[in-house]
Design a protein around this ligand. Structure first.
Ligand code: TYD
Ligand code: MG
Length: 458
């Protein structure tokens, strides 16, 4: 019989305690500590992988070798069949890599993986393990999506031991596990989805992937506040963590890379959810922009940089007299603190006071922007809404605003300008240091140095 003992584990950060306490001293979350029974034998998850791997390797390590002597020729990346997905992964699936796909329920994680598996199965051996749906449900969905499934191997299973066993006999190149929260590892007594189960299950799958060079995709659920359920350690142990997000407009899904050991982070891929599954959107700039003839006050397109490419999105601001003593400041899709900072900068350095006004900011299409290049367009949109003066059609802007009221350059200025020109913009407001040295044909580039320069443009 396995020896077990009881410890107290924080469900948010994974910290362990000998006795119960109300607030976790590691992450300060309240009421997250629960009693958990654990196997006292060290590293139960590792043992699972080791048990399954006897057919693959034998010992658990590789021994010492020289880094330059490691053979890389047999490691080309595998294409997922979706160019958007490949780009988010940094150019395709790396052998032996573990990819975590997070997202809200209904975001389309299972749909994306099922479509990917069907495309991959044309040239590669794949195994799809579902722990949440029955085989019939998956088959029905595949049928409805019109997928070619004659080469797709599938199993309904929730035991990591059994999955590792199956994978070591089947020897697939790609293994999909949907989802990590319903999996359990033998030897750990707590319920599936608890911190210790999720951690050990992920650790076992990761070790299995590394030693057998099988690429593993695992689905992870997100909690109410949008972080991946389970301990942070889940994101530490995987090679690549991507989030599938549904915007406010439910038709589009963005796949965003949060961590990638083999490519750029913050890379996004855009998909449209149709009645026949997910379809790639090849030119995302086109869907986020308003192409109507009349422009309204408070609205301005901007060029943001996501991962390795520019993306054009529309920014909207609404400034209105506040009925409360504490005016409201709300931003959707951009950083709220940054909005507060910009309002102060505008007041102090451009004499543009909105102290008695409610201010709302939104990025159209449910995109989230972390790039600081939204500062200049945001200031312009605020001025435009306040003065009720629409900004000329064909105008686009980008640039960062500093605390002293200066406008600072942003990375990839030239590439952003080129993308704006490609999309048909004729008036581009840019930081002075990002202005191109040579004059562009038929395009007016307006370099700005300080926030006061923006006032005259609206
Ligand atoms: P699903 O992949 O089950 O989500 P997850 O695994 O992330 O929980 O996707 C379910 C959602 O996708 C559901 O809201 C319906 C929608 N959907 C379509 O619109 N069209 C389709 O062809 C499919 C399969 C799903
Ligand atoms: Mg699902």
């Amino acid at each position: 019989m396995a020896k077990t003992k009881s410890i107290y584990v924080c469900q948010s950060c994974g910290a362990k305690y000998h006795r119960w306490q109300g607030i976790c001293s590691e992450c300060n979350e309240a009421g997250t500590i629960v009693e958990t029974l654990v196997d006292t034998a060290p590293n139960a998850g590792a043992k699972v992988a080791a048990r399954a791997l006897t057919g693959f390797a034998g010992s658990s390590g590789t021994g010492i070798c020289t880094l330059s002597n490691i053979d890389l020729t047999k490691q080309p990346r595998i294409s997922s069949g979706f160019t958007e997905f490949d780009r988010v992964l940094g150019g395709g699936i790396v052998r032996g890599a573990v990819v975590l796909i997070g997202g809200n329920p209904g975001a389309g994680k299972s749909t994306l993986l099922l479509q990917t598996v069907a495309k991959l199965s044309m040239q590669h051996k794949v195994l799809y393990v579902t722990g949440e749906e029955s085989l019939q449900q998956v088959a029905l969905r595949a049928n409805r999506l019109g997928l070619q499934t004659q080469n797709v191997k599938i199993a309904a299973e929730t035991s990591i031991d059994a999955i590792c066993q199956m994978a070591s006999t089947e020897k697939p190149e790609i293994l999909i596990v949907d989802s990590i929260q319903v999996m359990h590892v033998t030897g750990i007594e707590s319920a599936p989805g608890s911190v210790s189960q999720v951690r050990e299950a992920a650790a076992a799958l990761t070790q299995f992937a590394k030693r057998s060079s099988v690429s593993v995709f695992m689905v992870g659920h997100v909690t109410k506040d949008g972080t991946l359920a389970g301990p942070k350690i889940l994101e530490h142990c995987v090679d690549c963590s991507v989030i599938l997000e549904a915007g406010s407009d439910m038709r589009y899904r963005t796949l965003r890379c949060q961590k990638n050991r083999f490519g750029a982070v913050n890379e996004i891929g855009v998909f449209a959810m149709t009645d026949t599954g997910l379809k790639e959107v090849k030119n995302p700039s086109a869907i986020f922009l308003n192409r109507s003839e009349n422009v309204a006050a408070g609205s301005l397109p901007m060029v943001t940089w996501e991962g390795t490419r520019p993306l054009l999105v529309e920014l909207q601001a609404l400034v209105d007299i506040s009925l409360y003593s504490n005016p409201r400041r709300l931003s959707i899709g951009t950083d709220q603190n940054r909005l507060a900072m910009l309002l102060s900068v505008l007041h102090r350095h451009a004499d543009f006071a909105l102290g008695d006004q409610d201010v709302f900011v939104n990025i159209v299409g449910g995109v989230k922007i972390e790039d600081t290049s939204s500062d200049v367009p945001l200031c312009l949109a605020l001025m435009s809404s306040f003065k009720n003066a629409p900004i000329d059609k064909g105008t686009i802007a980008f640039g960062e605003v500093g605390l002293t009221g200066e406008i600072r350059p942003v990375p990839f200025g030239q590439e952003r300008i080129l993308e704006a020109v490609k999309q048909g913009f004729v008036r581009i407001i840019v930081p002075f240091d990002n202005a191109p040295r040579t004059k562009l044909q038929n395009v007016q580039v307006i370099p700005v140095k300080r926030v006061t320069d923006l006032l005259s443009l609206v």
